[in-house]
Ligand binder design. Structure first.
Ligand SMILES: [Zn+2]
Length: 431
């Protein structure tokens, strides 16, 4: 029998093991924030991977945002050295999950299996993907024990809050340097038939308008900062949002609505703070002297960050020239450049061929609307041969009753294993 065929049968036989592993991972409630149970999940993965013959290392990201003795930022990096020299393929999954939220009909940390779906917070984003990569590697090692090169699996902290205590830290320590790792696959839930090449860019900023405090019965003696912010919003509606909608991209971003520049207004706060729940007093009569807005602008390969910032500053200057007593502060908070791996990169062509071999259809190339840990691997690690590929439906991420389909995980495990076979044994993924 062809080894590739044998490998795919091995994966099918591991169905129960895959389910149990995914359930175990979901049942460790690694909520972030604050970043709970990182050590527990790393120890669980440590045991599992050491049993397979991996050399493992637990790495605490000391001093990164959120790291404390109460909530230490633990990561695991595991490496399996092959029989001969060769390249290294690295599977990176984040171990953290976002808050549960309202509206669940299932236990969010129960990992229940119902009609071929496993439910729970993190099921698709991305403990299902992590479990899939482990099962894929297990089956691969059984069929190709004498492969060349190395396989690495990492479980990393804090992706949901920027990745600074996870992949960013490991990149700074050299774990993703091109000398150590040549191919990176991040099993985020982009769907089993899609290769995700990268993501759009991010620019966050705070806009503050200033006013002058006065008695609310005589607002003409003060200057209302909230009304000034109203002028900012009016200008955004009149000129900025229509301009952003016209900026289209050649990046294959999904969903369709994200194939352009976008901007979200995250929050506006002006005047008195919202009282504590249970406070029964009345508000006081005061003209607000400050109003703050946080904006989240997503940008394209075709734009650069200076232009994105300049466009916003230009808009604010225009309002200032037209509106009496308008004054503002503009403070950039956070930015990430867009990134997109070349379609001809070896990890891309290999995974695409494996998708075709397993699913008998052409792979779809996509770009994510939001960022993920690829940004650190690209910027700090200088590793350009990186994609996101994994089972699950992106829309379910962060939603109530999040789930992952077992059949999708099995298909993705086959794709991952055939990609390993091509990259580490020279066997083309497509017979
Ligand atoms: Zn994720």
């Amino acid at each position: 029998m062809d080894k590739r065929q044998k490998f795919m049968e091995r994966v099918e036989k591991k169905r129960d093991e895959l389910i149990a592993l995914t359930q175990d991972l979901i049942r460790i409630p690694t909520l972030n924030p604050p970043g709970e149970y990182y050590r527990d999940i790393c120890e669980y993965l440590d045991k599992r991977l050491a049993r397979l013959g991996f050399e493992t290392e637990l790495v605490r990201a000391h001093g990164t945002p959120g790291d404390s003795d109460k909530y230490p930022r633990w990561n695991i990096v595991a490496r399996y050295q092959g029989a001969h020299a060769g390249e290294c393929v690295h599977f990176n999954s984040h171990i953290d999950v976002v808050e549960v939220g309202q509206g669940w009909s299932m236990d969010p940390f129960g990992g229940e299996l119902l009609d071929g779906k496993i439910y729970g917070r993190g099921a698709c984003d991305m403990k299902g993907g992590l479990a899939t990569s482990i099962i894929a590697v297990e089956a691969f090692l059984e069929v190709w024990p004498n492969f060349s090169g190395a396989i690495e699996i990492s479980g990393t902290a804090d992706e949901e809050t920027g990745g600074f205590g996870g992949v960013a830290y490991l990149s700074e320590q050299g774990y993703f340097s091109p000398a150590r790792v040549q191919h990176v696959i991040i099993p985020e839930p982009l769907h089993k038939d899609r290769v995700c090449l990268g993501h759009r860019g991010v620019f966050w900023a705070e806009i503050e308008t200033h006013g002058r405090i006065a008695h609310g019965s005589m607002p003409f003696l003060g200057d209302c900062a909230v009304r000034h912010m109203g002028a900012v919003m009016a200008e955004m509606e009149a000129s900025l949002f229509p301009a952003l909608a016209k900026k289209r991209t050649d990046m294959p971003v999904i969903p369709e609505g994200a194939k352009q520049s976008t901007m979200n207004i995250n929050s506006i706060h002006g005047g008195q703070a919202v009282p504590e729940p249970g406070f029964t007093g009345l508000p006081s009569a005061v003209v607000p002297d400050s109003c703050k807005m946080i904006i989240d602008r997503r940008f394209l390969m075709e734009e650069n960050i200076e232009d994105v910032e300049g466009e916003l500053r230009h808009m604010l200057e225009k309002i200032k020239s037209e509106r009496k007593d308008f004054s503002y502060d503009f403070t950039p908070i956070h930015s990430v450049n867009p990134t997109m791996t070349d379609k001809a990169a070896p990890v891309v062509t290999t995974v695409a061929a494996a998708i075709e071999a397993v699913l008998h259809k052409k792979a779809e190339y996509v770009v994510s609307p939001g960022t993920y840990d690829q940004k650190h691997i690209d910027r700090i690690g200088r590793m350009k041969n990186c994609i996101a590929y994994g089972p699950g439906i992106l829309d379910l991420a962060h939603q109530p009753d999040e789930y992952i389909e077992v059949a999708d995980m099995l298909d993705s495990a086959k794709v991952m294993g055939l990609a390993l076979a091509e990259l580490l044994t020279g066997k083309p993924a497509k017979p």
